[in-house]
Design a protein around this ligand. Structure first.
Ligand SMILES: *[C@@H]1O[C@H](CO)[C@@H](O)[C@H](O)[C@H]1NC(C)=O
Length: 347
């Protein structure tokens, strides 16, 4: 079954997927009803935290014991080595990547772009000089490998795009580490709509002096139309299987210091969730916008938790959130120029 067929089978077109999961307009139920695993259900605190259970409560199968050698000390296991989980944080020139050893994808990649960092003056990074490479800082058994992607049918999809790191060849080269990569549908997504979204984020540097972008994969549950249960299903590429193929990707955009009001400390924020699938060019970008909290619930990550609510503005009310469809091959040949970002709405 091809991708389109899978989506069709589940009754969710590309457009409908984000809306479906967040019940944006049509579903009255909140996140708890819409099939999200409740990431907040933490077991109540252990009453016997301080090293062991009182001896009077320890059972050895025959009754209570008072022998000190029978004390229950679960945390002593860690003296043999702490199992983790570990998240590998890689700090590069243009981005910081946080890697997930289970999915062999990043959890997220945080970027920073500015008008200066994107300026053509002095930009000497050229992707023709860069090669995809495995990240040897990740232990071999947890590493995403080039051969996992080979003939998988998926692109090695940059999370921090190469085009955001043209200011130096080193910065550009670093975007080619597999710790900055996730398997992405190529034609119709990574090379099309997703690239247009990346371009939208770059164009924001015309309106803001500083733009921060967080990008990452999602593995979202889908409702099975036959038994009505929610399941997370995803392909794993490689032989033996190694790298998980995300069902969706998110991009959180945080724009600082608007050109028209550079001293403002308010942030312009927008979060988008897109299916890892062919998306038609005429789908509006705003169809993929989701509340920040919905992104947090589905990713297990917390964003902007130190920013007061009155300092978070909606980006899509300050600028027009829309993609510009054009052929990226033509751009690299210099045949088409970047178009200006549409002006903010007047009211
Ligand atoms: C979107 O438009 C571009 C440029 O015309 C084209 O190459 C691409 O195939 C289109 N994408 C889809 C999904 O139709």
């Amino acid at each position: 079954m091809n991708k389109q067929a899978v989506v069709g089978f589940l009754g969710l077109g590309s457009i409908g997927v984000a809306n479906f999961f967040w019940g944006k307009s049509s579903t009255p139920s909140g996140p708890a009803d819409s099939g999200f695993p409740n990431g907040l259900s933490i077991p109540p605190p252990d009453k016997n935290r301080n090293g062991g259970v009182p001896t009077s409560q320890v059972k050895n199968g025959k009754g209570f014991v008072s022998d000190q050698s029978d004390l229950v000390r679960p945390a002593d296991f860690f003296k043999y080595g702490f199992p983790g989980p570990i998240h590998d944080l890689q700090t590069r020139e243009e981005f910081v990547a946080c890697y997930n050893r289970v999915t062999r994808n990043p959890y997220y990649v945080v970027e920073h772009i500015t008008p200066g960092s994107l300026s053509k003056n002095g930009a000497n990074g050229d992707r023709k000089n860069s090669v995809f490479k495995e990240d040897e800082q990740i232990p071999a058994k947890f590493r995403a490998r080039l051969r996992d992607y080979f003939r998988s049918g998926y692109d090695r999809g940059h999370q921090a795009p190469a085009a955001d790191a043209k200011f130096s060849q080193k910065a550009m080269d670093e975007t080619f580490y597999l710790t900055n990569m996730s398997p992405q549908v190529g034609e119709g997504f990574n090379r099309d709509y997703w690239a247009h979204l990346e371009d939208f984020a770059r164009r924001l540097a015309q309106n803001y002096r500083s733009v921060r972008i967080v990008t990452g994969p999602l593995f979202l549950p889908k409702k099975d139309p036959i038994d009505g249960k929610f399941r997370v299903t995803y392909e794993v590429i490689g032989n033996p299987p190694n790298v998980a193929v995300p069902t969706h990707f998110f991009k959180l955009i945080v724009a600082e210091s608007p050109v028209q009001n550079p001293t403002s400390d308010a942030l312009a924020v927008a979060a988008f969730v897109l299916p890892n699938d062919v998306i038609s060019n005429d789908t509006k970008l705003t169809a993929f916008e989701v509340p920040l909290e919905a992104l947090e619930i589905s990713s297990g990550l917390e964003f902007l938790s130190k920013v007061p609510a009155n300092k978070k503005k909606s980006l899509c009310k300050e600028v027009k959130c829309e993609i510009i469809v054009r052929d990226f091959k033509q751009i690299s040949n210099g045949k088409k120029e970047l178009l200006a970002l549409p002006p903010p709405p007047s009211n």
